[in-house]
Write a protein of this length. Sequence first.
Length: 406
Amino acid sequence: MRYLVVSAKAWTQVSPAKAGVEVTPVEAGPQSEVIPAQAGTQPEVIPAKAGIHVTRPNMDPCFRGNDPGATGAGTTRSDPIVMGSDLVATQRDLTPMSPMPRRLPLRCSIIAMLAAMTMACHPETRVAKQLTAACEGGDAPSCSDLASRLLEGRYVLRDEPRAAELFTRACDGQIAEGCAKLGDLYWEGTGVDVDSARALALFRQGCDGGAMAGCVSLGIRYRGGIGVPKDPSRASTLFREACDGGHMRGCAYLGMEYETGDGVERDPVRAAELFRRSCDAKDSAGCVGLGRLYAAGAGIARNDSIAHALFDGACREDDSEGCYQLGQLYEAGQGVEQDFTRAAGLYRGACNRGSGGACAAMAGLYERGAGVRRDTTRAVNLRERACKLGRSDACAAPAAPKAEGT
């Protein structure tokens, strides 16, 4: 049998004693009382003043307790359990108050140790170590590969500045892929300060050296006139070079050129072929493009269900354009039940990830109060953002709403 003391200050465990022997409460306050708590008994309601805390066992083996320095199962948690002016306690709510050592419990220690051993023994971890040694020995391709791992945090700690340093070393060693990836870092300001001029030079250097990713990045800038004069024909040439070189994102962008007729003669059938090739290779941009053609019935028989599936799949892969196009279906009620709230959620997420079309579409919902509370100020801000993201149709200010009665 265990006896426990209810105190206005705390719950305190009392030493076991034989039946009939008086038990002296430990640190019992003036309002304490001794209550027998036997295994198998029904829960007891113990009157006490509001504010008294019940200390109960923690069932989470990695919980660090009320004290951030204490950890694990067997530590105690002090929580007020109030029912009116009473506190409810059961046998399982009561646990010793002896101080616990500030250390990980055995279970957490074992889990951490096994995780460390698994990582240490994983083949990719050994590869990372080999790349590190080779890079330090002056092997430029190893520096490029290691930089990619550092950028992704793949079996190494993620370190963007270090990745930029190693891509620079690789590029200086005539590794075209390293130049193209370093260009991305300078364009986005990842691990380095933003420098669009240097990024463009690195894209060119990478593309000229055979890195198809550099050709695609440069083509995107020429397509939108971002940092360079707009030149759809030059963009198409770069995308074709990348696609012919086996870069599926290049095929997707070339498909967009044929879809819209920018830089090439419009050819929806050719666009569908390029999009399908890219999508079959699991490139989300190709799937989104193919979905647009299915939704419009351009160059391919219209099929809203397939369009929805393609957009949804791309959106689940965090493709902002996929989410934007999926939102378009929900806003229009095309192939799905019309749902402005769902559309707003999709537009919001896509806009936050850089889709100018989604920002413009979200502005339209705020202007109309469809799926969101009407807010013309937010609409203006979203159109400005869409314009900065290259959505030219959002740059012109919408006509001011007419006053009632005019």
